[in-house]
Design a binder for this molecule. Structure first.
Ligand code: PMP
Length: 442
């Protein structure tokens, strides 16, 4: 019996022993095409020579230096790299080890900012239903994923949740997508006013919703209006780009495509592409200055913040993406993937919606396309598809996302940026086989 406390204590996992480009290979020699980057992580595949060399080099120089004693070259260089390319006003970077830690830091930075500027009553947080921001208690409280929160509700801080921007199920009768965006921004404003604007600290959202709903992009204009509402009431905007950032949607930051900036942006996953665990919170000059000119010290920290080897790996990942022009490749491949998905599954009786941006694509599964009725949650269709796909040699990320009131199923695709066109065909063929084996041949 394994002594590892695995994710599932009832499941058997194949043993991954080797990575080769976009494939993972198990100890039986079976190859799995990684069409989801694990969880939108492995954007450079699994054997990038430049990243491996950069890690070796850094470990040989200085593997780790505690940040209360030293700064390091890779940490400084990675911060420069990110700030040069970040949306306007984001001027410094706080490095952590993953997405949840990046969210915790963002929440505490927002809180400390308001204390520093003499508005300590601003402590209320607003986020959206059907969102995921991490599993640590602050991040879990922020997220609106009912299934993930359920058992831990008594431990969670109070956060208001407004409607997500989810056109497939959220459009009202006769409403255009743009009108929906306005209505939802108005809903946020109404919630701010209900709480008293002077009490509200921040609004948190994923520009493209990942794990909970499967690559749901916002309707045009939504985020611009959200930004206006936040500004009008002095509320900070925190964008969670842990999953959708770092080139996944075709631009380094997803916010670029919305034409907005944020006060804090969290990133992780694609930042280190899985070669090292790393995340970061990008911080506006305004917040940094308020803390620098006030107490001078962010009341937070972990042992591994700014880990030198993790920063060196992430810097190598990001420079490789730039040097190889992979962001435009994401756009091309993303279009190719979306076209193939639409051709193959556009009329599929159990696929209600195909959506996404760049190499971040989602398929929503339905029992009935006309009524959009979901499958019975007990059937765990998403879990069956994951299993069938693994049997077929494909990693995809099916999830039982929570819709308002009940469980729905979707599949998230977030493959590496280094694919060739033939890999797109392999993804669609293997996915088709997996769907047929679970849902019956069409
Ligand atoms: N935010 C988002 C949008 C995420 O998708 C995730 C992870 N799925 C997190 C935060 C948490 O990141 P981590 O698992 O690295 O803690």
């Amino acid at each position: 019996m394994s002594h590892v406390f695995h994710r599932s204590l009832t499941q058997q996992y194949p043993m991954a022993v080797k990575g080769e480009g976009p494939y993972l290979i198990d100890d039986q020699g079976k190859r799995y095409l990684d069409a989801c980057g694990g969880a939108a992580v492995s954007c450079l595949g699994h054997s990038d020579a430049a990243v491996i060399a950069a890690i070796r080099e850094q470990v040989g120089k200085v593997a780790y230096a505690h940040t209360s004693f030293f700064t390091t070259e890779p940490m400084e260089a990675l911060a420069d790299f990110l700030v040069e390319r970040a949306p306007a006003g984001l001027e410094s970077v706080y490095f952590v080890s993953g997405g949840s830690e990046a969210m915790e830091a963002a929440l505490k930075l927002a809180r400390q900012y308001f204390i520093e500027i003499g508005q300590p009553q601003r402590k209320h947080l607003i986020a959206r239903r059907q969102s995921y921001h991490g599993n640590t208690l602050g991040a879990l409280a922020t997220g609106g994923n009912a299934w993930r929160r359920q058992q831990f509700e008594p431990l969670l801080i109070d956060v208001s949740h407004v409607s997500p921007c989810y056109a497939y199920r959220g459009l009202q009768e006769g409403e255009s997508p743009e009108e929906m965006g306005v209505r939802l921004a108005d809903e946020l404003e109404a919630e701010i006013l209900r709480l008293g604007a002077e009490n509200v600290m921040a609004f948190v959202a994923e520009p493209v919703v990942g794990a909970t709903m499967g690559a749901v992009t916002a309707v045009p204009g939504y985020f611009k209006r959200i930004r206006e509402v936040c500004d009008r009431h002095g509320v900070l905007l925190i964008l969670d780009e842990v999953m959708c950032g770092m080139g996944r949607t075709g631009t380094l930051f997803a916010a670029e495509q919305e034409g907005i900036t944020a006060d804090l942006i969290t990133i992780a996953k694609g930042l280190g592409a899985g070669y090292q665990p790393i995340g970061a919170t990008l911080v506006s000059g305004r917040i940094r200055d308020a803390i620098a000119n006030g107490s001078g010290f962010f009341q937070h920290g972990h042992t591994y913040i700014g880990h030198a080897t993790a920063c060196a790996a992430a810097l190598a990942v990001q420079t490789t993406i730039q040097e190889r022009g992979l962001l435009s490749r994401v756009c091309e491949l993303g279009e190719g993937l979306q076209r193939r998905l639409s051709e193959r599954f556009g009329e599929h009786p159990h696929i209600g919606d195909i959506r996404g941006c760049g190499l971040f694509q989602g398929l929503e599964l339905v029992a009935d396309r006309t009524t959009k009725a979901t499958f019975e949650p007990e059937r765990k269709v998403h879990a069956q598809i994951k299993k069938a796909a693994m049997q077929a040699g494909l990693m995809c990320y099916p999830m039982g996302g929570t819709l308002d009131g009940r469980q729905g199923d979707h599949i998230l695709l977030a493959p590496p940026f280094i694919l060739e066109e033939h890999h797109l065909d392999e993804i669609v063929d293997k996915l088709d086989n997996a769907l047929n084996s679970v849902l019956g041949n069409r």
